[in-house]
Design a protein around this ligand. Sequence first.
Ligand code: IPE
Ligand code: IPE
Ligand code: MG
Length: 251
Amino acid sequence: MTDNPNITLDMNRIPEHIAVIMDGNGRWATERGKERSYGHQAGVETVRRITSECTRLGVKYLTLYTFSTENWNRPADEVAALMGLVLTALEDELFMKNDVRFQVIGDIDRLPEVVQDKLQETIDHTANNKAMTMTIALSYSSRWEITRAVKNISTLVAEGKLKTEDITEELISRNMTTNFMPDPDLLIRTGGELRISNYLLWQIAYSELYFCDTYWPDFAEEDLHKAIASYQNRQRRFGKTEEQVESEEEN
Ligand code: IPE
Ligand code: IPE
Ligand code: MG
């Protein structure tokens, strides 16, 4: 059920895992004659709203692209503003009120120590929350993650702890930073760009993709419902035929 009479969601087919590329903060601010960081600030509000709505709908995993490896190349003042925002945004209330477990993926060692400490503190405080796992991808890129996995696996082989023939897709998945979550069912990108920008390349092999023009600060609960409705109107075939999938659904 949704509050918009035009969108009817099937509550039995809510995606278990939604991943989001939260894009458009900078343009949202620039169009208002403000600094880009004002857009990031507004984006934090959207994170709060969408996190609450996802728990209400029964989503189990929400994974938010917050800062990419490539974003380190932005002007120093914007990077600093973003780091400051991460610190203030990680308030317990959002997680405790919604029973949300917090996690982070990415090259955390590159972050300022105070941010690293705050992340760990929030992970620890929320470790027993059950309704949903909300993960932020911070200093994250998929190629960084895949490179790291290849290095880890090669080391095991070199040390004789793993045989080459034992390298499976499952083992590779376990060596990804996302090893505690299922692959995304639905990937949403706001802000109008039609690209993946180095996000979860391995994990989105069979995710349904949804792009919308809405800038992230303007992304409302209703926009989330539209994305989920679009997801629910698709048939996920995983390489099989329509007939095969339909007969499986009947059984
Ligand atoms: C996404 O918004 C947030 C981050 C990358 C940190 P942008 O800052 O990329 O906003 P646009 O794309 O410039 O509008
Ligand atoms: C992707 O957005 C990263 C995040 C949303 C955190 P970007 O705005 O950095 O992506 P590109 O550079 O336009 O592809
Ligand atoms: Mg952008």
